[in-house]
Design a protein around this ligand. Sequence first.
Ligand code: OOG
Ligand code: MG
Length: 263
Amino acid sequence: MSLSLEQMERMAEELFQAESQRREISKFTDRFPGLDVEAAYQIQQLLIEKKMKSSHRIIGRKLGLTSYAKQRMMGVFEPTYGTLLEDMIVEEEQPVVYSELIHPKAEPEIAFVLGNDIEGPAVTGVQVMAATKYVLPALEIIDSRYENFRFTLPDVVADNSSSSRLILGGKVTKISDVNISLLGMVLYKNGQMITTGAGAAVLGHPATAIAWLAKKLYQHGQKLRKGDIVLSGAITGAIDIVHGDRVEAKFESLGSVSVRCVD
Ligand code: OOG
Ligand code: MG
């Protein structure tokens, strides 16, 4: 089944309204079983254009479902990407406001900041590392606009891969100074250790995930740009957060990043 531009526009509008009204919607694949991943990326693009009308600048990209922990948790076994906008950034000293969100979850990630554009049909992890200016510890707050946080691959792609907020830690590290794949991470919630992981959980090496992203963007006539912040994908499963919670990810060598959730 192929969707008309008008139908895709309506789906983008539905996601836009769901987010701003903090309301869950039923997933599109229940209503349009033929929705495929490529149409879903077009819906995502329409959604981003809608958000940019209210002057939200693009600051980078994110990868989703790049670790087996996340894939198994969501039952979706392929990576996705989404677009990060300026208003998604929460400064580390600032809280995430629960009453603005539907059913948020937090996940620990390694953020890359690019020093050069990356573009092409055959990008490698080594090229990604050479184009990376520095890496940072990060927490992503995801918030699916779908009922019960359940979706299939095309649904989550249309929903900008559940993007909601991101928090970057304050320490800048040159990628050549660390072994990103062996790098350990411990995740805490309210002072209690919840889970542990290492960079290699992300497709073997987070730079491999970003190479996948660059190739996927190329198929869509787009590229990674100098200055982009790229979230390489959650190292572990995501954890639920509600008002009152504090989440902290401590990374080997990269430092730590934390966030508080308030009402
Ligand atoms: C999709 C987004 C996943 C990640 O890092 O794996 C993601 C979701 O699980 O809602 O951001
Ligand atoms: Mg993520």
